[in-house]
Design a protein around this ligand. Structure first.
Ligand code: SF4
Length: 424
């Protein structure tokens, strides 16, 4: 199977290092973990490809359909030996996004499969591997497992076994040396990341990532479905509430008087890269401009590279030139395709019908991330705002119109600028 990719952030990292950009899918299949999985692209691809006579066997039985016809991963996962050794067969230095069609730390992915994936990465120091998971707790547990024989002992054995199979004995020894050098911690050519969509998922996953040994840690806030403050990530540790500045480093507690107090403890890592983006595809939810802006500004203040991938299906007012692009983009005018988006994520159809997963209903008030909220105060807000469109443009609370124009037309400019920074 062709492995090259056009995923923007993979391409940008590869370009910055004069390497190839590719995906590597030794494991396929998953199960939804949180609201960010609602329109999982990989599940849609798997559902479609299972009928392909050439590659369908890799995808069969991984998905089911929901009552409203959406394909979703059903928890079945599969390791494909033919795909496992792909990086070993690739000479040209390559940046690999690992498991773009799965979550490597998913519940039904066996430890032994993860060992084999890490073994291949250890055997390929010429490549860079970028991992992303929503199962941060398992990732941390796996990466810090030193019980019994020790995780890295298993990985080293796997690496030697794989090297023997492909007649690369010398590489097996090299991998052993690399693992001995970095043993019990990490591989220098592997970046570890977590995917978050709002503050709750940031609080759940980022502290786990900060405690995971890694050459580089990163976060993907895509699809961005809520405001995220990376300078104040909350972690419940037993009875204690601990807060982290995941960008600048440092952690603290709040005392009974509400004052911050420093705490001793292990030195936690910090984030080296932040990616954000809106949602694309059928039923995509719009992302308020301020949610993307605040992540950009947090990254800039801490000197952490920020990458804005895309707006997704929806674009904010003013991002599309409706006049110069002609009739093709007429639907970018504030017509029934426009929605009024509040900074807290409440989304209103202009025609007062409600949209939920692509379905319109006659009576209703607001659309939130996954559920219709019938809320009288929200209705009043909407009527008040729509009575004066100028107010919407000037609203300091960030209320704005968003227009459904499709991923390509929506583009990736944030306040008129491209943000495509990558770690050096
Ligand atoms: S974790 Fe990723 S691959 Fe798995 S269902 Fe969610 S979006 Fe899809």
């Amino acid at each position: 199977m062709a492995d090259t990719t056009t995923i923007e952030w993979v391409v940008s990292v590869a370009r910055s290092r004069e390497m190839r950009a590719a995906v590597w899918n030794p494991v396929r299949g998953c199960r939804p973990a949180s609201d960010g999985c609602l329109h999982c692209w990989a599940a849609a691809v798997a559902n479609m490809r299972q009928h392909n006579p050439l590659i369908g066997a890799r995808y069969q039985g991984l998905t089911t359909k929901t009552a409203d016809g959406r394909p979703v991963f059903n928890g079945t996962t599969r390791l494909t030996d033919d795909d496992l050794d792909l990086p070993l067969r690739t000479k040209k230095p390559t940046v690999y996004f690992v498991c773009s069609e799965a979550d490597l730390f998913g519940e039904s992915v066996r430890d032994e499969w993860i060992d084999r994936v890490f073994a291949v990465m250890a055997l390929c120091p010429q490549h860079l591997f970028i991992l992303l998971t929503k199962r941060a707790r398992r990732m941390r547990a796996y990466m810090t497992d030193d019980g019994g024989f020790g995780r890295w002992g298993y990985i080293e054995n796997r690496a030697k076994h794989i090297a023997r199979q492909v007649l690369l004995m010398r590489m097996g020894d090299l991998a052993g040396k690399t693992l001995a050098h970095y043993g019990q911690s990490n591989l220098p050519n592997v970046w570890m990341g977590v995917s978050v969509e709002n503050q709750a998922t940031a609080d759940e996953r980022i502290p786990e990532l900060l405690a995971t040994p890694a050459a580089l840690r990163w976060v993907s806030a895509e699809p961005l479905l809520g405001e995220v403050d990376l300078r104040r990530v909350h972690w419940r540790d037993g009875d204690d509430d601990i807060y982290f500045d995941a960008l600048a480093g440092g952690h603290w507690m709040i005392d009974s008087l509400g004052k911050e107090m420093s705490v001793d403890g292990p030195v936690w890592g910090r984030l080296d890269w932040v990616i954000a983006g809106g949602e694309s595809g059928l039923g995509a939810r719009p992302t308020p401009t301020d949610w993307a802006r605040t992540l950009r500004d947090q990254g800039a203040a801490a000197g952490v590279p920020f990458f804005f991938k895309q707006w997704g299906e929806w674009t904010p007012t003013g991002s599309v030139d409706t006049y110069s692009h002609g009739p093709k983009h007429e639907r970018a005018y504030p017509t029934a395709e426009g929605v009024l988006l509040f900074r807290d994520g409440r989304t209103y159809m202009r025609d007062f019908s409600v949209k939920e997963h692509g379905e319109r209903q006659r009576r209703g008030i607001a659309v939130n991330t996954a559920a219709v909220i019938v809320d009288k105060s929200a209705d009043r807000d909407f009527r008040r705002m729509i009575a004066d469109e100028k107010r919407i443009e000037d609203d300091p609370l960030g209320t704005q119109w968003m227009y459904r124009v499709g991923k390509k037309a929506a583009g990736h400019l944030l306040d008129g600028r491209e943000h495509r920074e990558v770690p050096r």
